[in-house]
Design a protein around this ligand. Structure first.
Ligand SMILES: Nc1ncnc2c1ncn2[C@@H]1O[C@H](COP(=O)(O)OP(=O)(O)OP(=O)(O)O)[C@@H](O)[C@H]1O
Length: 314
């Protein structure tokens, strides 16, 4: 049985559906990502899983329990990341960990948890004076202090610098490796590609895709982008006839070809046969970001230059 089941979930605000027929299952022991552009309905979906919002239709179960009707039991096995506003700035790390561990029937050893999250030297520091990365590590500790079977982490690394973000990613992998299931809401595709075993992409309140990051990339994005400047002009028709080629674009002397590994091989053979050299040859595998753009027909939630996913190589 999946640990978390969401089936036909619908939630309206003021008569407007913001989650509309979303279904997915999260298996025990995986990191499952909920991705989507701003306002897609990600937080509303996971808040229904946490029992913080009541669905208007559909079914949500956590270990077979209804998060609304069985809220107290679900709260014991589903750790949630606190929003910053829920902690007083003057509370110390030690006080917060002690207080939250008292809420649970089988609390973890909060000192050991603090040490694992690198907070052992911060126990007497007030929450308001912690750095962004330290605050996020405390939120992770508080989400884990009840020894949950699953944990919900929402926009965990937003606002962190790249080093702090990587530290938090490693911690999330450690959580999964310790057997805790992770439901991760993010709009960072690099984060999802690095961490998630499977992802659900939500767009406009509907499920746009479900699968492993690799499946989404291979289904939706051109897997390989090849850019080069040929030493002599090449007819576009010849390039678009290469095996696996999906599109060809010529901008001045620069050619960009979307295709597969097979296209790369065939292109190199063609160029060698015609004795044409490929200047500034760049070959890039598609990323989850490319698949996300195709799936949502939308801009990535993270600001990026127009067509950046195509232009990176040029
Ligand atoms: N309490 C509320 N009352 C009315 N509308 C709401 C409420 N909460 C959320 N919404 C709206 O529901 C839609 C979905 O919001 P939600 O926070 O679930 O999206 P999200 O995908 O998590 O977005 P983001 O990435 O920006 O956090 C948005 O249009 C939002 O403005």
């Amino acid at each position: 049985m999946p640990l978390i089941e969401v089936s036909g979930l619908r939630k309206e605000y003021e008569g407007r559906p913001v989650v509309d027929g979303v279904s997915f299952c999260v298996e025990e022991g995986e990191i499952f990502g909920v991705l989507g552009p701003n306002g897609a309905g990600k937080t509303t979906t996971v808040e229904c899983v946490e029992g913080l919002r009541t669905p208007d239709a559909g079914r949500v179960r956590v270990a077979g329990l209804d998060p609304v009707a069985d809220h107290d039991d679900v709260a014991q096995l589903l750790g949630a990341q606190l929003q910053e506003s829920r902690l007083q700035p003057k509370i110390t790390v030690r006080e917060a960990l002690r207080m939250y561990s008292a809420f649970y029937r089988q609390p973890a050893d909060w000192r050991a948890l603090a040490a694992k999250l690198g907070l052992q030297d911060r126990l007497d520091v007030r929450f308001g004076t912690l750095s962004g990365g330290q605050k996020q590590r405390l939120f992770i500790a508080l989400a884990l202090v009840g020894s949950p079977r699953a944990v919900v982490l929402d926009e965990l690394t937003t606002g962190l610098d790249p080093r702090a973000r990587r530290t938090v990613w490693e911690l999330v992998e450690d959580i999964r490796d310790s057997g805790v299931t992770v439901l991760l809401v993010t709009h960072l595709m690099e984060e999802a590609q690095r961490l998630c075993d499977r992802v659900a992409v939500i767009d406009g309140g509907r499920l746009a895709a479900l699968g492993t990051p690799a499946e989404l990339i291979s289904q939706k994005a051109d897997p390989t982008v090849i850019a080069f400047t040929p030493s002599q002009p090449l007819p576009e028709g010849e390039l678009s006839a290469l095996p696996g080629a999906r599109s060809v674009r010529t901008q001045g002397p620069r050619v960009t070809l979307h295709g597969t590994d097979e296209t790369v091989d065939a292109l190199l053979t063609t160029l060698a046969r015609r004795r044409i050299t490929a200047g500034q040859l760049r070959v890039k595998d598609a990323s989850l970001d490319d698949a996300f753009l195709d799936l949502t027909g939308n801009e990535s939630a993270a600001p990026r230059p127009a067509h950046a996913h195509q232009e990176n190589l040029t």
